[in-house]
Design a protein. Structure first.
Length: 195
């Protein structure tokens, strides 16, 4: 089932999400619906907060798509070792190493992109779709995406990670121009991705 994705400045995106006690069949279904919603929007990641569910769950899939949007060479060795699609409940970053930047886009702020600084290599721990604890070390786009989604679970958006000047400028631009009609949006112009 395709879910509605909340768009900035919806105040529901600012709520903090709560950990799950266990992975119930209802939560498994939610994770599947979130993946379906993410694929339909051509995104690479989605947090439960974005579909108005205040629980600590995120999904991601950074594999190359049939439309050729991402090149397989772009995946790092660590990314190739990560389970895909990536589904994690109660995600927690347990180690961080290095810095990187990426031109990030967000399904809740569609068609706007800004360079954001993130940690380069992370180790993340949480529960998988079967409720089993697992830990993954990753880098590349997957590490960036997971940090972006965990921000959503804390009520944060990538706008909050910009300098005040850039954030003000971007918010003014969104207020003035709004969001494009998803059916008319140009979706195959470049490799910029939303999450
Ligand atoms: Zn986002």
């Amino acid at each position: 089932m395709i879910l509605e994705i909340l768009k900035y400045p919806d105040p529901r995106l600012r709520k903090r999400c709560e950990p799950v006690a266990e992975v119930t069949p209802e939560l498994k279904k939610l994770a599947e619906d979130m993946l379906e919603t993410m694929y339909a929007s051509r995104g690479i990641g989605l947090a439960a907060a974005q579909v108005n569910q205040q629980i600590r769950l995120l999904v991601a899939d950074i594999r190359p798509k049939e439309n050729g949007r991402y090149k397989v060479d772009d995946m790092t060795d660590l990314e190739r070792q990560a389970p895909m699609p990536f589904i994690i409940f109660n995600p927690e970053i347990v180690s961080k190493d290095g810095k990187t930047t990426y031109d990030e886009g967000c399904l809740s702020v569609p068609s706007y992109f800004e360079t954001v600084e993130r940690t380069k290599v992370i180790e993340i721990r949480g529960l998988d779709i079967n409720g089993q604890e697992f830990m993954v070390k990753t880098d590349g786009l997957l590490a960036i995406c997971l940090q972006h989604e965990i921000d959503h679970l804390d009520g944060k958006l990538f706008l909050d990670r910009l300098t005040p000047i850039r954030a003000t400028r971007l918010k003014a631009k969104i207020k003035k121009n709004g969001y494009p009609d998803p059916d008319k949006a140009d979706q195959d112009d470049d490799q910029e991705v939303e999450m």
